[in-house]
Design a protein around this ligand. Structure first.
Ligand SMILES: [Zn+2]
Length: 377
């Protein structure tokens, strides 16, 4: 990799984000460090290894990873539970913010040093869905950190079409905490469903990445928000983020509380990402004509649905997957404007990545876990 310009791009600027990483170990031309999943399991086998720097091909860039968030998708990868073949070893991590360290042939719109977020739904840019701007429906889509090496590493290689410019006012750690979870909520609530002023929105698991963003996005769209939480700390956080009411899901009859809070009417929109029996229960919270938009199935992929109330009450169950670049741009603009703030549980160095997986699996975190590769000296 080129050195003079790269050293400047990779460690020599004075943006406030760089303080923790000053000076990164790779300034001294050491090989890149990366966390690789060696064998799946609960827990999976991870190793922190030195691996060759990725080289950018035509229309590709290599991004210095300044921060990379941990997501439930990473846990599916760790456990071997994804419905797609994953070649191992694999570097996980899709919620990446960083700055461009090297550019490949034919790249004209980007320069080394540019601050970027990355669209982790890698898309072909050519199929009918990509042409319509619906990259998350791409016929040849791949997941960064699953089908290609991701961001728990010093560097990551991506095509330029996956890049989104990072506003100056948004820190790398904030971008990493929002790029995937926040933009997932943005896609659910502004692309796959609609939130109107005065609507009731039920944002499930308000202390989670998607839930915490959903509360704030719903509020900024003028909705009244109910959220859920399984512990006092999680419920308190959801309330701080703007939920008018927060229901304790430890009570098996918690949907009755949602109906009571809405005067027996139910909510207009449920932002659901848990799945299993939880998704089925959310139908009990739903108003006539209401919509459940769902993007996850952590608690189970197969459910039994009673179709009678679904069509009698003219309700919708809508799937949502990933995000488009427009969703990321909207998410980062909201972060820059201060209407959407990430909830970060803690920031950890690269060598703590396996421990971060265990922490997320324990469900004892409030908000995002963010890995900062530059801090792993
Ligand atoms: Zn496509």
């Amino acid at each position: 990799m080129k050195q003079s310009g790269d050293n400047l791009a990779r460690g020599g600027s004075y943006h406030p984000d760089c303080r923790l990483a000053h000076p990164p170990w790779w300034v001294f031309n050491a090989p890149m460090q990366a966390v690789q999943l060696i064998a799946p399991g609960i827990p999976g086998t991870f190793e922190l290894r030195e691996v060759p720097d990725p080289e950018p091909g035509p229309q590709e860039v290599v991004v210095e990873v300044m921060a990379c968030g941990l997501n439930h998708l990473d846990l599916w990868l760790e456990s071997g539970g994804l419905p797609m073949p994953v070649p191992l070893p694999r570097i996980p991590g899709g919620e990446i913010a960083g700055r461009i360290a090297a550019i490949g042939a034919g790249v004209t719109d980007w320069q080394t040093g540019d601050r970027v977020s990355i669209q982790s739904n890698l898309f072909c840019g050519q199929c009918e869905f990509c042409a319509a701007g619906e990259e998350s429906m791409c016929l040849r889509g791949q997941l960064l950190g699953v089908q290609q090496d991701g961001g728990f590493a010093g560097l990551v290689k991506v095509p330029t079409r996956a890049l989104v410019r990072l506003p100056d006012r948004v820190a790398y750690t904030a971008a990493a905490a929002l790029t995937l979870a926040g933009s997932t909520a943005m896609h659910m609530m502004t692309n796959r469903a609609v939130v109107r002023p005065g609507d009731w929105v039920l944002a499930m698991a308000g202390a989670s990445g998607v839930g915490s963003a959903a509360i704030q996005i719903a509020r900024s769209l003028g909705a009244r928000v109910i959220s859920t939480g399984s512990s006092p700390a999680k419920r308190e956080l959801a309330q701080k983020l703007g939920a008018e009411f927060v229901v304790d899901t430890a009570d098996p009859d918690w949907p009755a509380e949602v109906r009571r809070l809405t005067g027996k009417r139910g909510v207009d929109l449920v932002v659901e990402h848990i799945g299993g029996a939880v998704l089925v229960k959310t139908f009990e919270c739903l108003a006539r004509g209401g919509t459940i938009v769902t993007c996850g199935a952590t608690a189970g992929r197969e459910v039994t649905l009673n179709l009678w109330p679904l069509f009698v009450k003219q309700q919708r169950l809508v799937g949502s997957y990933g995000r488009n670049r427009t969703d990321i741009t909207a998410t980062l603009a909201a972060a820059s404007a201060g209407t959407l703030q990430p909830v970060i549980d803690r920031i950890l160095p690269l060598r703590e990545t396996a421990a971060a997986f265990a922490l997320l699996r324990s469900r004892q975190v409030l908000g995002k876990l963010v890995i900062q590769p530059g801090a792993a000296v």
